[in-house]
Design a protein around this ligand. Structure first.
Ligand SMILES: Nc1nc2c(ncn2[C@@H]2O[C@H](COP(=O)(O)OP(=O)(O)OP(=O)(O)O)[C@@H](O)[C@H]2O)c(=O)[nH]1
Length: 260
């Protein structure tokens, strides 16, 4: 009979906050506003707490549980139930799941209507400690173009411009579409970016960005204004990082806002 080491007692009297599996790659299905659902590949972390008297958690059970829900994993209902199942199956008080995945949106270029897929790095973080309903946070990283207002104002010609990344994290009443967060952020930048741009498109986005200079402060304020206007959002943080083309460092700004 094989000894169950994980089930042995521990006498150091030190509980563990999070123990489990990290970096498990698994195919997942996420909700897609246009097509209903989208299959992608996620990297998943799953943790529970471990009481001081237990030697080890039962790691095989995390993947067993995941495997039973992977087809419908990324929905509020499924996330809530897997967190509950993790606590029940592993005798834990708290459970955490982090799902990192690229989400693809088909974009049409502004002049020639050329189509291509843009990828957006998303994260869903779920945690439950039994006191209240599961806490779910959606994070979306949106790459954008920014043109510097100061550089444009003081230069005889041109203005330094660069790619930037806007990161929005949000809590909500009802699940929010990734597409809506992306659109809202892209409207706040000097210009959004595309995978396919023909010359006519390139001219358009170059001139559009130049006509719409934005500091990192402008971007985070415009995104925050739009998120505050959405009553479904109960909490958010937004940060903008411009990978400055004239410095070897970034410009950065962030805002956190809670409705209650
Ligand atoms: N707790 C713990 N488990 C580990 C560690 N390293 C490997 N393992 C896992 O231990 C697992 C096997 O233990 P359990 O999950 O309890 O397997 P089991 O006892 O056959 O299954 P159950 O009857 O469900 O407990 C393997 O999947 C290993 O990946 C570690 O550092 N800590």
């Amino acid at each position: 009979m094989m000894k169950d080491i994980q089930n042995q007692p521990d006498f150091r009297n030190i509980p563990i906050d999070k123990v489990g599996i990290k970096g498990l790659k698994y195919p997942v299905v996420v909700r897609d506003k246009l097509n209903g659902s989208q299959s992608t590949v996620a990297e998943i972390n799953m943790y529970v707490d471990l009481p001081h008297q237990c030697k080890g958690t039962h790691m095989s059970r995390f993947v067993e549980l995941l495997h039973t829900v992977v087809k419908t994993l990324v929905s509020l209902e499924t996330l809530t139930s897997i967190l509950e199942d993790m606590k029940a199956s592993l005798g834990a008080k708290s459970a955490h799941i982090e799902i990192f995945f690229p989400y693809f949106i088909e974009k049409t270029s502004p002049c020639t209507q050329s189509k291509g897929l843009m990828d957006y790095n998303c994260t869903i973080i779920g945690s439950s400690n039994g006191r209240k309903k599961a806490d779910i946070v959606l994070k979306v990283a949106v790459p954008v173009t920014s043109v510097c207002p100061c550089s444009k104002e003081i230069s005889e010609y041109g203005a330094h411009n660069q790619r930037g990344e806007v990161l929005v994290a949000a809590r909500f009443h009802k699940f929010i579409w990734i597409e809506d967060i992306v659109n809202l952020v892209e409207r706040a930048a000097s210009s959004d970016i595309y995978s396919v741009l023909k010359r006519a498109d390139e001219k358009y986005v170059t001139e559009k960005a130049y006509d719409n200079p934005k500091f990192v402060e402008d971007i985070v304020r415009d995104v925050a204004k739009a998120l505050i206007a959405d009553s479904n959002i109960t909490w958010f943080s937004v940060s903008a990082e411009n990978f400055e083309s004239i410095h070897n460092h970034s410009a950065y700004a962030s805002i956190e806002h809670s409705r209650d």
